[in-house]
Ligand binder design. Structure first.
Ligand SMILES: C[S@@+](CC[C@H](N)C(=O)[O-])C[C@H]1O[C@@H](n2cnc3c(N)ncnc32)[C@H](O)[C@@H]1O
Length: 309
């Protein structure tokens, strides 16, 4: 199981920006292999706590072993970070000092061919982070109608050929079901020029994955709830790996750090209110060249951090 051990992305910056209060309560919403969690745990005293979430039971099982020596300071939750409020409520926790979301997939999930995330392998189109959930990539590709597929490819993959690819999927489905990631890749190949193929494959697979795991809605919900949960001075740090996620984080931080809301009409005064967040990273923090050499999956990472006012 040592495949879970990959270097945590931007770990120094995350630790610095969270400026961990040793007696504080922290949430790692995306435990994965526990790399970031470990760096937070080393800064927490026996009075503090880290609550680690992952919707993938394999990540929880792995982290329980890896972080066994911190067992008095960590609680594990096999669950979705979009339900953070409810889970913390069940634990009797109503405020926290920091929240980390290191979004997307772990290397383990990407590298395990059976999880069906990669277009380079020929397994069932699965793509579920939580393997207990009903909907998977197979269901999306084999049961959604053409308009819905077009919409997903456009909204979650920003793919210009969405309509054509969706049409080819439906035509192929009329003959037989689309069983594997290889079948799906083949349909995309036949709908796309060779020079755009790799990017198109990546965009369509990303779109299906986002749909299956409801990734953007989960992020929006957790951001919204973090405002209620963070105590004054508490930090929220989010690492995103593509522009759709980064835009959501950037816009949310911008909106919540405003103290004036324009009425949009020159005859109606603007609304004054207390800003709820202060953005600590004017520009997103990105990995250095050296980090990307050591950990190529860090290359698209962007870290944004805000402080609760
Ligand atoms: C990029 S990895 C995190 C890596 C981790 N920071 C480390 O140091 O090893 C993302 C993890 O978050 C989990 N995940 C993604 N979305 C989630 C959600 N909405 N709720 C809970 N876990 C989620 C995935 O299953 C995956 O294990």
């Amino acid at each position: 199981m040592d495949i879970f051990y990959h270097t945590p992305v931007l770990v120094d910056a995350v630790t610095r920006y969270l400026s961990v209060n040793p007696d504080g309560i922290y949430v790692d919403g995306t435990l994965g292999g526990g790399g970031h969690a470990e760096s937070i745990l080393t800064n927490i005293s026996p009075k503090g706590k880290l609550i680690g979430f992952d919707m993938d039971i394999e990540a929880i099982t792995f982290s329980k072993t890896r972080l066994g020596k911190y067992k008095d300071k960590i609680l594990f939750i096999h669950g979705n970070f979009s339900n953070i409020k409810q889970h913390l409520n069940n634990l009797g926790v109503d405020s926290i000092d920091g929240l980390l979301l290191d979004l997307g997939l772990s290397s383990h999930q990407i590298d395990d061919a059976l999880r069906g995330f990669s277009f380079r392998e020929g397994n069932r189109i699965d793509m579920r982070m939580d393997r207990e959930q009903q909907i998977d990539g197979w269901k999306v590709i084999n049961t959604y109608d053409q308009n819905r597929l077009t919409d997903i490819f456009w909204k979650f993959g920003e793919e210009r050929n969405s309509r054509r690819i969706a049409k080819h999927i439906i035509e192929r489905r009329d003959k037989r079901q689309i069983e594997s990631t290889e079948d799906l890749a083949e349909i995309i190949s036949s709908s796309t020029g060779k020079q755009y193929l790799n990017k198109t494959l990546a965009r369509i697979f990303q779109a299906v994955r986002i749909e299956v795991n409801n990734e953007l809605e989960n992020l929006r919900k957790a951001l919204k709830d973090s405002i209620e949960l963070l105590r004054t001075g508490g930090k929220i740090a989010v690492i995103s790996y593509h522009s759709l996620e980064d835009r959501i984080v950037k816009d949310f931080f911008k909106e919540e750090s405003r103290s004036v809301i324009s009425s949009g009409n020159k005859y109606i005064p603007d609304i004054q209110r207390n800003a709820l967040l202060k953005v600590l990273t004017k520009k997103p923090i990105i990995p250095s060249e050296e980090e990307i050499v050591v950990n190529p999956r860090a290359r698209s990472a962007k870290l944004r951090v805000a402080e609760r006012l």
